[in-house]
Design a protein around this ligand. Sequence first.
Ligand SMILES: [Zn+2]
Length: 383
Amino acid sequence: MSVEYMVELLKKLVSIDTTSHEHKNFDEIVKVVEEEAKRIGCVTERVVDRRGLPHLKITLPNAPREGKKVIFLTHYDVVPPGEGWTIDPFTPIIKEGKVYGRGASDDKSGIAAALTAFKEVIDEGLEPKIFPVLIVSGGEETGESEEFYRSITGDIGVVLDSGPEGLFIGASGVARLEVTVKGKQEHSAYPFKGKNAIYAAAKVVSFVEEFGKELERTVVSKYDAPEFYEKVPGRVSVTMIRGGVAPNVIPGECTLIIDRRTIPEERAKDAALDLKRRIEEFAKRHGIDVEIKIGPLMDAWATTDQHVIETFKRILGDILGREPKILVELGGTDGAYLIDRMPVVQFGALRGDNNIHGPNEFVYIDDLVLVKEFVKRTVLTAI
Ligand SMILES: [Zn+2]
């Protein structure tokens, strides 16, 4: 019965196009969630941030004020559908135990699962042991929600914008470098008069590729990775290249963007400075003229509160019937905006194969049930 309710609610949310870049239907979806939350007996508060984006705070009517304030973080905005869909992205369908549609997984799954958990607690007359606050926010996909997230207060953060592969207790960080390789611009009929910046940049690209392999072997976290790697390693990629002005001109400049992913044991700034120094040394050895800018930087993080980790490990273990893996995300998450004030754990229905941000996004209904149970048991556990 509640699974049916949850799936219907999810379909209703997915059918509202809330494309983040256009702030599309933000007020409408907040109204829909607010009305549904009230209808099932929850207490709601609408917050409009300084940018004018609406968010919701949803609590249980009988939650103990003296209980730990646990923030469940979700977002209602979605990335644009893009190309390649075989269904309408905003006309959700159910097929083989999955719900398809943009946002079905990222992150309307979290809203539907948490609201259903709250509904069950109310309907079954159960007594909350914590003070849960479900945050339903907008502007996450564009980074516009950062300021709002930083204003949230609480004792524990639970980010429901994550995967079900285990209990995530941290996330990787990122350090970006902009490397401008300088050459000498000249007519391409006279290459001997110029200095081709693209050729020089290509050498830097190869150097970064080789360094990336070394990094994955030598900079390795103590924390487990959810996929591919055993432990989360440092990673680096050249992600953008810009150079050349015309087909008949030897390029005088070529710019590379380098994306360095950090582990909780390193600081983004140190990783950026280390990579900058390595590239400068390489460039010097090869007579290449480079100019390197650092930024933006975002530190990796990991929750160290053992009591919180053990509590959520037990909650998840009870649901799964086995000991859950304790993991650190390979990507960054919004936990970064809470971790300076509270311990943060992450669990959600965003499984690796869900085509998140791609065509034909879907969520497994079984994963929705897991997240619903996770929220419900958390509400019923004195932490
Ligand atoms: Zn998300």
